[in-house]
Design a protein around this ligand. Structure first.
Ligand code: NAD
Ligand code: UDP
Length: 344
């Protein structure tokens, strides 16, 4: 049984589909602060399988203990948390509370319930402004905002937890830029309010919910002047979690290698695309024109960021399969079929 915190969210719901399809039983623990229970109804429709749903908050240790006991979970995937970089600057304490305190309470509850395996959602944001590209896992960590620092702090807490208990099995996954949706068109990203991220914004322009895209800067030192990122299909990302669970299970506990039970792995494609590349690919698959305006650079943005994904291939046997066109096509199928997201 896998206990999935934040399982109703964007990445969590896609991961639940892959877990159920791979034969795992799943309990979702979510407070639905940034998601809809409808996502889980659809996960069950896609897979034809049931999952257990427990509404609760990760900062509530006793609720976590009760839920872990009820679920009889033997591993946790921890997605729950807040993720808007800009909001983390204006509400840092809220971010440290949900993210750091939430992770701490979860680890305490796991200890109480003797659950020793965890896969954690970290982010490429922990690297900050890249010193070199592509980014390997040993790139220096220098997050530039409270959201990124909350992820970095949780990573350190996990590494310390492992140092104190080498029977723990920990996989820290540093995601690059998750986009796209399940190819059923039934689940996808459903941001509340104005989307911060590029692809959901483009999707809302294409479907007519917004007039035009603001391109935040076209004077970066990239091939066309717009920012470059490593976009990764959310289904590839979800499969990365299944591989992580399998890799953790295969670690030999007799092995006395200090690092073996605690891995940190990038999940990206290794390929960078610019804002203009994404816009053109989206226009191609949707058949819609995406009006845009060039606007000043967004504060805190970097020119380019993409992963070296080789470690994921070596230790998880994982490689991204979907290309940019598939990411845009699946995003468009979700957005055009559900123009208002889960709210019908
Ligand atoms: P999301 O907001 O769609 O999902 C997060 C889920 O956690 C939501 O269902 C929300 O209701 C729940 N949640 C939030 N705080 C909670 C709490 N205190 N207790 C219980 N549930 C809570 O986000 P997502 O895009 O699916 O991201 C999942 C994880 O991946 C997050 O930790 C995020 O920081 C990380 N991540 C996301 C991205 C991205 O671009 N989407 C990139 C890198 C890392
Ligand atoms: N971007 C943009 N307009 C938007 C949103 C994003 O031009 O409305 C650009 C942004 O400047 C960056 C890229 O798209 O170069 C990806 O931004 P996103 O916020 O999705 O990811 P992040 O910057 O956090 O990696």
């Amino acid at each position: 049984m896998i206990f999935v915190t934040g399982g109703a969210g964007y990445i969590g719901s896609h991961t639940c589909v892959e877990l159920l399809n791979a034969g795992y039983d799943v309990t979702v623990f979510d407070n639905f602060s940034n998601s809809s229970p409808e996502a889980l109804v659809r996960v069950q429709r896609i897979t034809g399988r049931k999952l257990q749903i427990i509404q609760g908050d990760c900062r509530d240790r006793s609720a976590l203990i009760a839920a872990l006991q009820q679920s009889r979970a033997n591993a946790v995937i921890h997605f729950a948390g807040l993720k808007a970089v800009g909001e983390s600057v204006s509400k840092p304490l809220n971010y440290y509370d949900h993210n750091v305190v939430g992770a701490l309470r979860l680890l305490e509850a796991m200890q109480t319930c003797h659950v020793q395996t965890i896969v954690f959602s970290s982010s490429a944001t922990v690297y900050g402004d890249p010193v070199y590209l592509p980014i390997t896992e040993d790139h220096p960590l220098s997050p530039t905002n409270p959201y990124g620092r909350s992820k970095w702090m949780i990573e350190e807490i996990l590494r310390d937890a492992y140092r104190s208990d080498s029977l723990m099995r920990i996989c820290i996954l540093r995601y690059f830029n998750p986009v796209g949706a399940h190819d059923s068109g039934l689940i996808g990203e459903d941001p509340q309010g104005i989307p911060n991220n590029l692809m959901p914004f483009i999707a809302q322009v294409a479907v007519g919910r917004r007039e035009h895209l603001n391109i935040w800067g076209n004077d970066y030192s990239t091939h066309d002047g717009t920012g470059v990122r490593d976009y990764i299909h959310v289904v590839d990302l979800a499969i990365g979690h299944i591989r992580a669970l399998a890799a953790l299970k295969n670690i030999n506990s007799a092995q006395n290698d200090q690092s073996s039970g605690c891995m940190t792995v990038n999940l990206g494609t290794g390929q960078g695309y610019s804002v203009m590349d994404v816009l053109r690919a989206y226009e191609k698959v949707s058949g819609c024109r995406i009006p845009y305006q060039i606007a000043p650079r967004r504060s805190g943005d970097i020119a380019a960021c993409y992963a070296d994904p080789q470690l994921a291939s070596q230790v998880l046997g994982w490689k991204a399969r979907f290309d940019l066109e598939a990411m845009c096509r699946d995003s468009w199928r979700w957005q055009s079929g559900n123009p208002s997201g889960y709210q019908q």
